[in-house]
Design a protein around this ligand. Structure first.
Ligand code: FES
Ligand code: FES
Length: 161
């Protein structure tokens, strides 16, 4: 028997009937039409399916759709509506991605990090990103982009003296 679920995805309200065992990853991709969360390992190891649930990163392959009833989701489609975010811009400039399969999850995990820790140290970025695997770039341009975005944001928001 299906369960009624009401949720917001990137600010848009959705009412869905889901099966008890349906995964959030499946529902987002097949029912909501959001394709950025990618199926990778499908057991919580790779981070390619990452989404933000009420601002906190979760593996959508480990979350049941029924669990997000009443909650708010953000995917990479919901970022940079008016243009790329600072972080996304730096990732483009530093060629942080090659095939791009990991990119949505990495962008969201880094977005969460910068929201809770706007000036992270390199080791803090490395620790925060350690659950998002990338088979292409060797991670350095990803870490550099996060640090550069943080430094740019700090410089543009610093009060004048
Ligand atoms: S597909 Fe979800 S963590 Fe790998
Ligand atoms: S850019 Fe290919 S997996 Fe990360």
């Amino acid at each position: 028997m299906g369960h009624a679920v009401a949720l917001k995805v990137n600010g848009e309200s959705w009412s869905l009937e889901v099966e008890p065992a349906e995964l959030l990853l499946e529902v987002l991709r097949s029912r909501v039409g959001i394709k950025s969360p990618k199926p990778g390992c499908e057991r919580g190891d790779c981070g390619s399916c990452t989404v933000l649930l009420d601002g906190r990163s979760v593996r959508s392959c480990l979350v049941l759709a029924v669990e997000v009833d009443g909650h708010e989701l953000t995917t990479v489609e919901g970022l940079g509506i008016d243009g790329l975010t600072e972080l996304q811009q730096r990732m483009v400039e530093l060629s942080s991605f090659q095939c791009g399969y990991c990119a949505p999850g990495i962008v969201l995990t880094a977005t969460e990090l910068l929201a809770v820790n706007p000036r992270p140290e390199r080791h803090e970025v490395q620790a925060a990103m350690s659950g998002n695997l990338c088979r292409c770039t060797g991670y350095a341009p990803i870490i550099d982009a996060v640090l550069t975005a943080a430094a740019t944001a700090a410089a543009t928001t610093a009060p004048e003296v």
